[in-house]
Design a binder for this molecule. Sequence first.
Ligand SMILES: Nc1ncnc2c1ncn2[C@@H]1O[C@H](COP(=O)(O)OP(=O)(O)OP(=O)(O)O)[C@@H](O)[C@H]1O
Ligand SMILES: Nc1ncnc2c1ncn2[C@@H]1O[C@H](COP(=O)(O)OP(=O)(O)OP(=O)(O)O)[C@@H](O)[C@H]1O
Ligand SMILES: [Mg+2]
Ligand SMILES: [Mg+2]
Lengths: 228, 228
Amino acid sequence: ILETCMVSKTYQVQNSTIKAVDEVSLSIKAGEFVALVGPSGSGKTTMLAMLAGLLTPSGGSIVINGQPLERMSDSQRTRFRRQNIGFTFQSSNLVPYLSVLENVELMLKVNGRDGRQERQQARDLLVKLGLGDRLNSKPSQLSGGQQQRVAIARSIIHNPDIVLADEPTASLDTERAIQVVSVFAELIHARRLAGVMVTHDLRMCRYVDRVIQMQDGRIRQVLSSRAE
Amino acid sequence: ILETCMVSKTYQVQNSTIKAVDEVSLSIKAGEFVALVGPSGSGKTTMLAMLAGLLTPSGGSIVINGQPLERMSDSQRTRFRRQNIGFTFQSSNLVPYLSVLENVELMLKVNGRDGRQERQQARDLLVKLGLGDRLNSKPSQLSGGQQQRVAIARSIIHNPDIVLADEPTASLDTERAIQVVSVFAELIHARRLAGVMVTHDLRMCRYVDRVIQMQDGRIRQVLSSRAE
Ligand SMILES: Nc1ncnc2c1ncn2[C@@H]1O[C@H](COP(=O)(O)OP(=O)(O)OP(=O)(O)O)[C@@H](O)[C@H]1O
Ligand SMILES: Nc1ncnc2c1ncn2[C@@H]1O[C@H](COP(=O)(O)OP(=O)(O)OP(=O)(O)O)[C@@H](O)[C@H]1O
Ligand SMILES: [Mg+2]
Ligand SMILES: [Mg+2]
């Protein structure tokens, strides 16, 4: 579903050139859950932002569901992202004046899918993630890990084909982290989505199908956990 | 150095009362490095915010270096915090229009301590944390983990008596995480500071002197790693 070919992102910072991502080619099939790991600064967030269509590559191409992102206009890419991609980034980015439930329902609304059944699914998903008693709270009233869980619910409620998560468990204790990663794995496998999760927590890698290691903007090695 | 007596923080959210912190009493000696662990939502950030003097308790007292925080006026508490406490929170909170080096030097400036020697120390600390080649970059040009490391440098550069860190390694890979926690431990032990680090990463607990577990706003148990 998701394919990149020699994709790069370069920044000019004063006199030097930073190759945040350096000619990366990878492909992720339907139903495949991939962990993207690597040292701080190795290019994981930059990679994810390009896969999400939020950042334009400096070179190479990204094709999702057969559609090349670089050939889309900004508005086409925005619409494509809204319908087909779900993502969470390192900060939870919730709408501060909407409640927990409204933040998740918003994702259904913008996709014209906020019927009663979908809104019940939003509620059920939040209960599953341990937020059932906080549906009407505002983001500022939640702990860091609670905000992260709302962002995660919002990223998958509209059934995107692609799920991209940047360190979704960074603020979670082990029990919650396992639960979140299991919810991702469950959805990805059952609905044949393509999923990429950036994580520093190598214990989470036992729930994925493949681990891609990055270093200095490149892919260093690929490990298939099914082989073990 | 740091003592709390039956300290509590309660929030009213619609019809219910949330006891974020529920009558916690603890004391931390000079030279002691404590890890504060517990599930998402158990009150760790709230506890840290009260220890930092950023949040006023609903009940109980907090005494730092013999001085009770609740008897200070807002401006006294602000000045006390600036001089005696260093902290990093779950988001890095860097000043967006200042460079990496300027963000750290700012902490020296506000304490009237920005002589040439201190500014060299700021530079050395950033080099030690792997940011030597990014001193002139702006926060928006850094990865999540790089921003976190700048925030960590800023929290210790002015030699505070108390160091409080809320998940300082959440965005860091294992190697960087160990380095950061070692820098904290080194400083705390050498300079007889009191340090509290909130973490979800239980592997980091081998670098601390004591582990305090919270649950539902209370202390559940205290483990002394030296006993093992
Ligand atoms: N301003 C607020 N209004 C209402 N409830 C709040 C507020 N701030 C925090 N809380 C609640 O207090 C409880 C403790 O929050 P806290 O942020 O201290 O948790 P935490 O242990 O840091 O969690 P995490 O590991 O997820 O960061 C949570 O249930 C949270 O929702
Ligand atoms: N806007 C920018 N301008 C300049 N350099 C940038 C910019 N954005 C990212 N970089 C650099 O690109 C490199 C990769 O950054 P990226 O955020 O992808 O790393 P990461 O792997 O997500 O790291 P972390 O684990 O710390 O979150 C870093 O060296 C970073 O400083
Ligand atoms: Mg990142
Ligand atoms: Mg917290």
